[in-house]
Design a protein around this ligand. Structure first.
Ligand SMILES: NC(=O)C1=CN([C@@H]2O[C@H](COP(=O)(O)OP(=O)(O)OC[C@H]3O[C@@H](n4cnc5c(N)ncnc54)[C@H](O)[C@@H]3O)[C@@H](O)[C@H]2O)C=CC1
Ligand SMILES: O=C(O)[C@@H]1CCC=N1
Length: 272
């Protein structure tokens, strides 16, 4: 990775967090470039990370070993088709766009080695997790380059099939939003139970943090940790029974199913 030249197409939130992670890991700024139509966006990443930026995507990819596609899924077709004449066959394309398949990208870009990934927003704090899938054209060295790129902002996990990316999107890509929703709901419920809002918020946030740390560092699973909090006929049991009477597990399954379905549907709708 130390000599790998990386070009980011799109310099928004996810690209900026990847660039920040690479810089924090010691990758030289001269090896990173980014292009974005937004002047403010270009100025922000070049000031924050000391990298060269371009308004023209073709200029950014010139000489790059790895080209990271970090635009919205809806922009992928146009961006890929316009990039096609500028790409060299050996350049690795890494896409982080939700719901855009390798087959669609190969149609738009021509045959390129492609790694399709699904990161998540805690990448901003280098606490992210990503699922990665490589096409057959990707060499071992290129797999390593993609893994080093994504592991600069958190955990990077390889998948056996591209279809599994729909499930990864449902679990971890969209996942931070589910935890934020629970934080919002617990804070509001605490307030309704008579706590000042800031106290309810602090109690909720520190509990989320503490529980996540426990779940990550413990040698027992989440179900056992839950049992240890749940005294027979106590308060936790009352709450858990209430969650389960409302169909909590089935609701979570349904919600993640909806996200995975939407990921596959986007591939259909945006992949033409
Ligand atoms: N936000 C999230 O939680 C996650 C997002 N993703 C994926 O990451 C990708 C980027 O998302 P964000 O960074 O959140 O979006 P963003 O909107 O912050 O960044 C996208 C950037 O692309 C630029 N752009 C638009 N048209 C362009 C073009 N023709 N050429 C070059 N740049 C262009 C925009 O100006 C913008 O700065 C999306 O495809 C999304 O599916 C993946 C995982 C999680
Ligand atoms: O909501 C979305 O479509 C994107 C993909 C995963 C997180 N945000």
């Amino acid at each position: 990775m130390s000599n790998t030249r990386i070009a980011f197409i799109g310099a928004g939130n996810m690209a900026a967090s990847l660039i920040g992670g690479l810089r924090a890991k010691g990758l030289d700024a001269s090896l990173i470039r980014a292009s974005d139509p937004g002047e403010e966006t270009r100025n922000r990443v070049s000031t924050e990370h000391g990298i060269e930026t371009f308004a023209d995507n073709a200029q950014a990819v010139d000489g790059a070993d790895v080209v990271v596609l970090a635009v919205k899924p809806q922009a992928m077709k146009t961006v890929c088709e316009a990039l096609r004449p500028s790409l060299k066959p050996q350049q690795l394309v890494v896409s982080i766009a939700a719901g855009i398949t390798c087959a669609s990208m190969n149609n738009w870009l021509g045959e390129q080695p492609i790694v399709r990934c699904m990161p998540n927003t805690p990448a901003l704090l280098r606490q992210g997790v990503s699922g990665l899938f490589a096409t057959a054209q990707v060499s071992t060295a290129q797999r390593q380059q993609a893994e080093e790129l994504l592991s600069a902002v958190g955990l990077a996990l390889w998948l056996d099939t591209e279809q599994q990316l729909d499930a990864v999107t449902a679990v971890s890509g969209s996942g931070p939003a589910y935890f934020f929703l629970l934080i919002e709901a617990m804070t509001a419920a605490g307030e309704k139970l008579g706590l000042p809002r800031d106290i309810a918020a602090q109690l909720t946030l520190q509990t989320a943090l503490g529980a996540a740390h426990m779940a990550v560092s413990s040698d027992v699973d989440a179900a056992e940790l839950r049992r240890r909090v749940t005294s027979p006929a106590g308060t936790t049991e009352a709450a858990i029974k209430s969650f389960q009477a409302g169909g909590f597990e089935a609701l979570v399954e349904k919600a993640l199913g909806a996200a995975a379905h939407r990921s596959a549907e986007m591939a259909e709708q945006l992949g033409q």
